[in-house]
Ligand binder design. Structure first.
Ligand code: AMP
Length: 579
């Protein structure tokens, strides 16, 4: 495929188009479904359910009546056939050009989903839409650049001959990616070789160095997830002096050993620049505990951009610290399976961020989530959702997913014209449950947040956390793993442990604790660097550094991660909160 010429970006036209489309969200949804079914009319999966794409004027009714709601496990055998090289029309009318690996950290193993040219187009459409709204609020210079912490993990070819990579890898490797980024004035500071570096540590160093070399041009700082941004600037705290030395002498650090990366970076760092080196040194030394690092390094940056909602919330505090008074803008809502919604209100803080569903990216249904979690209800259409209600997103897209339960719970906050604006709530599946207790990732996050307040009184922060249900004791109990930024005395950690236990306010958990059918919650404090080892482990499995999400609950099936956690425990506390 040839790289497309960059389209000229016209902010007002993109916003007008979005307005027009969302005013007609209902018709756009019908039309989108019709096109998806027509395009994939030969797909065996659809034919098995009696759908042949040549239906009458309104295929919606047949589609909903005949095609069942599914989860990834039901689609797995079909996708496996595609991975194995079966080129018959299985889920899509034509063989797919690639397969994406979603991060799959919650299941402990990445899952496969189809990637098609339409998904690439959708990605660029979403980037353009979100950029138009962002640029209206925070205009950037035409000739500026974006410091983007993006990493393309390896793409490999399955035994059946299909290219496989993470969704972000499939996007970055697509020939249209660069033209798309150029058109929205978001060219990366780093050369391509850095993005495609086989060594992510070297790539991160080079992203930081490239950003500083282009510091006056940097208009915004981006990583797909807030974790990536925090990780980048935490790393900077350790490597800044080396970066300053490189700049001062005009010689790239010997830590960069990948030949393609060295060659590309050597073209950027061609001569000594003692002045810039001095400026960066002064800036770094003048900061108090690195507060305001990002604007100090990049004086013309207008904002910091990345996913900061959902499981990324725990990193927002640290990110705010680095960002100083720069606005934090929440990146949009999507998944390896496909994009869903764009942030069209970029001034809202990460805590308030909502996302407007883009009605032509797929056909969307919403499955009501009842408070009790009992009794399945019927899904409703995009324009039928109710403000204030929570739903699980059900996706039908051009890439062979039909009525696919995404597993994400969202809350409808308002409407933008006729399309809903939603807030990401959590992953639907319970992560901590022993008997009648039900706790999601969000419940764990809230409990950790409240206990971390006790720790912050000692000026210590929780660097990262995870959990596990330990059934090896009778009764079973919750284990929370914490890596913390400093040392403190045992009384403080015991308080934190009690606080964690009390932080789970689910009635099932509290009553089980009171009657001792669930044992005392255990806090295990980890050696510094343990979560880094876990990230390394996932990178080794093919997950990309940019797409990485920490597994918030480690199941016994995820033996390797559990082993890393258990081998690095430095102290343990049992809650006395219910004694
Ligand atoms: P992946 O499968 O690695 O592509 O990750 C996709 C998942 O990340 C989604 O299903 C969500 O659970 C989560 N996610 C994506 N975008 C957001 C967002 N804006 N806010 C919160 N969580 C998100």
């Amino acid at each position: 495929m040839l790289e497309k010429k960059a389209e000229t970006f016209n902010m007002n036209r993109v916003i007008d188009d979005f307005d027009e489309m969302t005013r007609n969200a209902d018709q756009v949804q019908k039309q989108t479904l019709k096109e998806i079914l027509h395009k994939n009319k030969s797909a065996i999966y659809l034919r098995n359910f009696g759908i042949n794409g040549d239906t009458t004027t309104d295929p919606e009714e047949d589609f909903k009546a005949l095609v069942p709601l599914v989860t990834d496990s039901e689609l797995e055998p079909y996708i496996k056939r595609m991975v194995d090289g079966d080129t018959s029309p299985i889920l899509t009318g034509h063989p797919v050009p690639a397969i994406s690996l979603s991060s799959g950290t919650s299941q402990g193993r990445p899952k496969f989903v189809p990637f098609t040219d339409e998904l690439m187009e959708n990605t660029l459409q979403l980037f353009r839409t979100a950029f138009a709204f962002r640029n209206r609020e925070f205009p950037i210079d035409d000739n500026g650049r974006a410091l983007q912490f993006i990493f393309s993990s390896k793409q490999y070819i399955s035994t059946g001959g299909v290219p496989i990579g993470t969704a972000t890898t499939n996007v970055y490797r697509n020939p249209n990616f660069k033209a798309g980024m150029r058109s929205i004035m978001s060219l990366c500071c780093s050369p391509d070789e850095v993005i495609f570096s086989p060594d992510v540590h070297q790539a991160l160093y080079c992203h930081l160095l490239s950003g500083i070399l282009f510091r006056d041009q940097v208009q915004y700082v981006f990583a797909p997830f807030a974790h990536g941004l925090v990780h980048a600037f935490r790393t900077f705290e350790h490597v800044w002096e080396e970066i300053v030395t490189d700049i001062k002498h005009g010689v790239l650090s010997s830590r960069i050993t990948v030949p393609s990366v060295r060659a590309a970076m050597s073209k950027l760092i061609t001569a000594p620049n003692p002045e810039l080196a001095e400026t960066i040194r002064d800036k770094c030394l003048s900061l108090s505990n690195w507060y305001g690092l990002i604007p100090a390094l990049f004086p013309n940056a207008k904002y910091v951009y990345g996913i900061m909602t959902g499981s990324m919330e725990p990193y927002v505090k640290k990110l705010r610290h680095y960002a100083g008074d720069l606005p934090l803008v929440s990146h949009d809502y999507g998944s390896s399976e496909g994009w869903i919604a764009a942030n069209v209100t970029p001034r809202l803080s990460p805590e308030e961020a909502t996302f407007a569903v883009i009605p032509n990216l797929g056909y969307f249904e919403f499955l009501p989530v009842s408070e009790t979690g009992e009794g399945e209800q019927e899904p409703v259409g995009l324009t039928e959702v109710k403000v204030g209600q929570e739903y699980e997103v059900v996706l039908t897209n051009y890439a062979g997913l039909y009525r696919y339960r995404l597993g994400d719970v969202v809350k409808i906050m308002s409407f933008y014209n006729k399309t809903p604006q939603l807030k990401f709530v959590c992953r639907r599946n319970l992560i901590l449950s022993i008997n009648i207790d039900k706790n999601t990732e969000r419940d764990l996050q809230l409990s950790v947040e409240s206990a971390a307040k006790r720790l912050s009184e000692e000026k210590i922060e929780v660097i990262d956390f995870s959990s596990h249900v330990d059934l090896s004791t009778e009764p079973g109990h919750y284990v929370i793993f914490w890596e913390i930024s400093g040392e403190t005395n045992e009384d403080v950690l015991q308080d934190c442990c009690n606080c964690l236990d009390k932080g789970f306010i689910d009635a099932g958990y509290m009553s089980s604790r009171k009657c001792k059918t669930i044992g005392a919650l255990e806090l295990r404090v980890l050696e510094k660097g343990t979560f880094k080892k876990i990230q390394e482990h996932f990178l080794g499995l093919g997950s990309s550094a940019g797409q990485f999400k920490m597994p918030r609950c480690v199941k016994p099936s995820n033996a390797k991660v559990l082993q890393i956690l258990c081998e690095n425990v430095v102290s343990r506390f049992f809650s006395t909160a219910f004694e």
